[in-house]
Design a protein around this ligand. Structure first.
Ligand code: FES
Length: 175
């Protein structure tokens, strides 16, 4: 059965306000959540882009989730609303090429929801584990062999630098 012994790699794009604060609280409360979750800090989920998720998959992620402030509480007004639309768009795109849309999800949290953050992380890792590795998921699966459109020098694009939490330079939109 897929996923029984499989530890998926999961990237969590967390906005620096509520979601990251919730993650921080989970850590302060010493709540356990799966080590497979790698948190990538973004200024606001409004900075989340489909390309970020696709690059994460290309680099070996099996699942990606976006965690932002509660709806109505985004520090940049509607970043989390726009992020949800992008997540929905990405799910549709994945489904259209035979990849399980459950590999992508959007969550909304308040800064005080440390326990909820830990719960979400566990829930998502379990769900992705049940889907199995992304490389088996369809035509988009497979490791990054360095032969993609960015060439073979191992340099990342601006979008990937954002995913790594490094300065992004000029993005095409503000949060
Ligand atoms: Fe948290 Fe926009 S600042 S989602």
């Amino acid at each position: 059965m897929p996923g029984r012994d499989f530890a998926p790699k999961v990237i969590a794009f967390c906005c620096q306000y509520c979601a990251y604060s919730a993650a921080d609280m989970a850590g302060s409360m010493r709540l356990q959540y799966p080590a497979e979750v790698e948190i990538v800090l973004i200024p606001c989920t409004g900075r989340f882009d489909v390309i970020l998720a696709l690059r994460a998959f290309e680099k070996g992620a099996d699942g990606v989730y976006v965690a932002g402030c509660l709806e109505g509480n985004c520090h940049f007004l509607d970043g989390n609303i726009r992020a949800r639309k992008r997540v929905d768009y990405l799910k549709e795109g994945l489904a259209s090429v035979g990849v399980e849309p459950g590999r992508v999800r959007m969550y909304n949290l308040s800064a005080s929801q440390g326990p909820r953050f830990a719960e979400i992380a566990g829930e998502f890792v379990r769900d992705v584990a049940s889907l199995g590795p992304f490389r088996d998921a369809g035509p988009l699966g497979g490791p990054d062999d360095g032969t993609g459109p960015e060439g073979t020098d191992g340099k990342m694009t601006t979008q990937s630098q954002q995913a790594r939490g490094t300065p992004a330079g000029t993005g095409r939109e503000t949060p």
